[in-house]
Ligand binder design. Structure first.
Ligand code: FIX
Ligand code: ZN
Length: 416
């Protein structure tokens, strides 16, 4: 073990090596344990029809949305490839991501056409391929987003399967909080509640439902994405269920509740899954929630870049809050850099700088690869500043810090 303080000029090299070698915990993705079969997306066509790229391709497409969505997956992939990679330089973050991924896999889209690239993917065994992607991304665990309300996913949980220990679960409850008018019927069909009335019997039925699914999934936290209009306190259905069912259940199970505010669903419904937008959320509402429930633990990532400063300040006030990731529209190098710097400056090492939000297995390669470069850049700057203040750092300390920022701080928070 080298315990010498590193000279200023060696910091960039050591920090980027350590950050690129540190195994990360990916605490929010839309990936699945391979036991879920086709629900785990991977390969060229899924990389190309990613909803980020669909939205970008429509900047150039001159045909109707429905025409695009009526095409097969591989035809859609071809249209996207043509618009975003052939006719225009693929500079956007999501486009660059496809190229970083192919490059890391040893493929060359400048020399191979889509058919030959597809051929290469067709020869991969999905289980081995998961290992290869995780190895290239240096990711040691992947947290899924799991919904009992998903008709494709639920039967797999109900039947039971042998868990891949690298994949952990998070219990996602969006319909419960956002579509109560239709959701209560399901809970009633499953025998948890008798009516849509929000009375003590209903709350207790919801708690029983949460407890059964937490156990079935071995969930690490509960989670919800929320619109920018969310307010606390409030007598909305959403808030009442949070107060009377979610938070008591989380306290009892000792699990955090992950809040993901700022998403405006279906801003352009013609774009289907690619049609969601964002707006600034009301951070003061969340502060009131953290203050009123000190026995609950909250994870929070906000979608609007405008919320990031007040979020860091909230984390200085509430140690039952853990800030994580650069979510979705903030997951671009310029904003990751700004957010990471701000977080380190305001809350030090008590943060999880990134998650991938990958929907396609291969994406972990680029999402982590790109983020690590930015994280290394910002961390280097911070260690250089410390060095100038007379505080040398060792490689061992840098390794400890990188581990903390990419999963260790989250684990410590959950264990608290
Ligand atoms: O709500 C979420 O977890 C979002 O991340 C997704 O719904 C979104 O579609 C996405 O894939 C963002 O990266
Ligand atoms: Zn997500």
């Amino acid at each position: 073990m080298n315990t010498d303080f590193l000279p200023l000029k060696e910091l960039p090299g050591v920090v980027s090596r350590v950050v690129s070698e540190t195994e990360a915990m990916d605490i929010h993705t839309h990936l699945y344990d391979p036991a879920f079969g086709d629900l785990l997306l991977w390969g060229l066509d899924d990389l190309l029809v990613y909803h980020y790229l669909v939205a970008e391709a429509f900047r150039y497409f001159d045909f109707p949305h429905d025409e695009f969505f009526s095409l097969s997956k591989s035809q859609q992939a071809e249209r996207i490839w043509d618009a975003l990679f052939v006719r225009n330089s693929p500079i956007s973050e999501a486009c660059r991501g496809v190229l970083t991924t192919l490059n890391a896999l040893g493929l060359d889209p400048r020399k191979q056409d889509l058919a030959s690239l597809r051929n290469w993917f067709a020869g991969q065994d999905p289980r081995d391929y998961v290992g290869r992607c995780m190895e290239l991304a240096k990711v040691k665990s992947i947290c899924m987003t799991n919904s009992p309300f998903d008709d494709l996913e639920r039967p797999v949980w109900e039947k039971g399967f042998e868990r891949d220990p690298r994949f952990t679960a998070a219990l996602s409850i969006d319909p419960l909080l956002r579509e109560w008018e239709s959701c209560w019927k399901q809970l009633s069909d499953w025998g948890y509640i008798d009516s849509a009335d929000l009375n003590e019997a209903t709350f207790s039925g919801i708690r029983r439902f949460l407890s059964d699914w937490t156990e079935k999934m071995d969930a690490r936290f509960l989670m919800v994405s929320l619109p920018p209009t969310f307010r606390y306190p409030d007598e909305s259905v959403c808030v009442r269920i949070i107060r009377e069912a979610i938070l008591p259940h989380c306290r009892e199970a000792g699990l955090p509740f992950a809040l993901m505010p700022g998403v405006k669903r279906g801003v352009n419904p013609l774009l289907r899954m690619a049609g969601d937008g964002l707006a600034k959320c009301d951070m003061e509402s969340f502060e009131r929630l953290f203050a009123e429930f000190p026995q609950n633990k909250f994870l929070l990532t906000a979608l609007s870049s405008e919320n990031q400063h007040e979020l860091c300040v909230a984390a200085r006030k509430f140690n039952n809050l853990h800030v994580f990731g650069c979510w979705w529209f903030t997951n671009i190098p310029s904003i990751i850099e700004e957010m990471s710097r701000m977080r380190l400056e305001l809350i030090g090492m008590s943060v999880t700088l990134q998650h991938s939000d990958a929907r396609v297995m291969d994406q972990v390669i680029y999402k982590w690869g790109h983020s690590r470069r930015v994280i290394a850049k910002v961390l280097t700057e911070k260690y250089e500043d410390l060095n100038r203040a007379g505080w040398g750092v060792t490689e061992e300390e840098i390794r400890r810090d990188a581990g903390q920022l990419m999963g260790g701080a989250y684990e410590a928070f959950c264990a608290k």
